[in-house]
Design a protein around this ligand. Structure first.
Ligand code: SF4
Length: 486
């Protein structure tokens, strides 16, 4: 029986045959809440885009033979103008076109993506690749393609506004050029990806974001890969690639000051304390509040004054300590999943923050959200600006003041906390990362979660966000001890 290879492993195989092989041979993982939310977003965008494209015929996707039969029958039927989910097979490769529309004696190929269209932005290369793959397979299967159209969410779309929800961009030239490149290597990619054994992997720049890197491939058993160098570019990676590990880098390797600091800490295996970097802690004024937001970016706005994918805070956690070592108090807010909670959230937050003392955050994320809230609610702008003026970002302390080899070159709270505060951990929490938090909230909002699960899931969201700010309390404490010990 002919082995069928789908788009995802093929496209991965264009860059790395081994990754394509793994994708083809590995079963799909159980989706996390974050992934379930993205699946819902994708399906929802497709539903709305199909309605926007017009009346068409929805074809069967499975089983494959039936899907191919439907496609051939509808293409042969001149009365059919618009077909959704057509299936093509060529040389063992399977492609599904989101839609095809009759264009004289040819067809327009239409790919629906949940990304946002912005007129001044370059077309995402991944979207071009997706269309190019489908074009190659559809053309190979015998249909004539006139144009390749990419349908994206219109960035100008507003709830109850007049702008169209989608924009269709004609990217035929880009797609044709890329499809020709794919066609030249298609046989080789197919043969390698479909083979029983994986090809020999080679360390390449794409490995830095590959799920298989340290579990099944070239990074396995390597504690200090070059990808731990912060902001390593492809050019620098290629220049350093022969050393393979940070421990093998020579002293005169071409690195920025920050990269060199990280490399030196990893090579020495000992932490680096820099009192200059820690001295910013002296700016913190008591009482200290510790603030963290969770946000969600719905593809189509939930409110009239937001744009597609605009971030909307739906939750905050706030710890407060009046003096060093004093008892810590906690306040929190989690939005209902109906209505518009943003004004209430903002007013409650202003009340909870009071007007005195520093507000510790971790990264610039909260500052951006507070700035957006100030623009949204002009009547509260002065108070919000006063809040922004009190912010203190703790993350740079762990960039410039203290670096530990176990941070592995990173400064995110998830990397720093287990090293600095061993008795606090995200591991035991059912919701333990921001992606899953927004996924849980999103699924509740769009009523894609069983009602009886909602109370428990809300509680899990609260405990996750609480840990984020408790982590800041303890990290501040740990950093202050380092400062005091200088
Ligand atoms: S780790 Fe690198 S070589 Fe291995 S599959 Fe991933 S990209 Fe390919």
């Amino acid at each position: 029986m002919t082995i069928r290879v789908a788009k995802k492993p093929f496209l991965a195989g264009v860059t790395c045959r081994t990754q394509g092989w793994h994708l083809h041979h590995t079963p799909d993982e159980v989706p996390s809440p974050g992934l379930q939310w993205r699946f819902w977003v994708g399906a929802h965008v497709h539903d709305r885009a199909r309605a926007w494209l017009g009346d068409g015929v929805m074809l069967r996707r499975t089983p494959l033979e039936a899907a191919m039969e439907d496609t051939q029958a509808c293409i042969a039927d001149a009365s059919q103008e618009l077909l959704f989910e057509t299936t093509f097979v060529w040389n063992g490769l399977v492609a599904r076109a989101d839609a095809i529309r009759r264009h004289g004696i040819e067809w327009d190929l239409i790919e629906i993506k949940s990304g946002k269209f912005k007129p001044d932005e370059k077309v995402n290369a991944e979207f071009v690749d997706d269309l190019a793959y489908t074009r190659m397979v559809a053309a190979g299967a015998g249909i004539k393609i006139a144009r390749s159209l990419l349908v994206l969410i219109n960035g100008e779309y507003r709830l109850n506004g007049t702008a169209e929800p989608f924009h269709a961009a004609d990217i035929t030239e880009l797609v044709n050029a890329r499809a020709a490149e794919f066609a030249a290597i298609a046989d080789d990619v197919y043969a390698t990806v479909a083979a029983a054994e994986p090809p020999t992997p080679e360390l390449i720049f794409a490995c830095r974001k590959c799920d298989y890197f340290d579990t099944q491939c070239v990074g396995r058993g390597i504690p200090d890969p070059l990808f731990l160098i912060p902001r390593i570019t492809e050019k620098k990676f290629e220049a350093l690639k022969r050393y393979e590990r940070i421990s093998r880098l020579p002293a005169d390797a071409d690195l920025t000051d920050n990269q060199r600091r990280v490399v030196e800490v990893l090579q020495s295996g000992t932490p680096r304390v820099n009192q200059d970097g820690l001295s910013v802690l002296d700016q913190i004024e008591w009482p200290v509040s510790y603030l963290d937001f969770e946000t969600i970016s719905p593809p189509f706005p939930w409110f009239e004054d937001t744009e597609p994918y605009q971030m909307v805070p739906f939750q905050y956690s706030l710890h407060r300590q009046d003096t060093p070592g004093a008892a810590v108090t906690h306040k929190e807010y989690l939005a209902p999943t109906d209505g518009d909670w943003r004004l209430y959230l903002t007013e409650l937050l202003l009340h909870d923050l009071g007007t005195a003392g520093s507000i510790v955050v971790y990264s610039s994320f909260e500052k951006q959200r507070l700035t957006e809230l100030a623009a949204l609610f002009p009547a509260l702008a002065d108070q919000l600006k006063a809040v922004i003026a009190r912010l203190f970002d703790l993350e740079p302390v762990f960039k410039h003041g203290y670096q530990h080899p176990a941070f592995l070159g990173r400064t995110s709270i998830k990397k720093v906390l287990p090293v600095m505060v061993r008795d606090l951990s995200y591991k035991a929490l059912p919701v333990n990362n921001g992606d899953d938090a927004l996924g849980v909230f999103g699924l509740m909002r769009v009523k894609m979660m069983d009602e009886e699960l909602v109370p428990a899931r809300r509680e899990q969201l609260l405990r996750y966000c609480e840990l984020d700010t408790m982590a800041m309390v303890r990290l501040h404490e740990a950093a202050a001890q380092l400062r005091g010990g200088g």
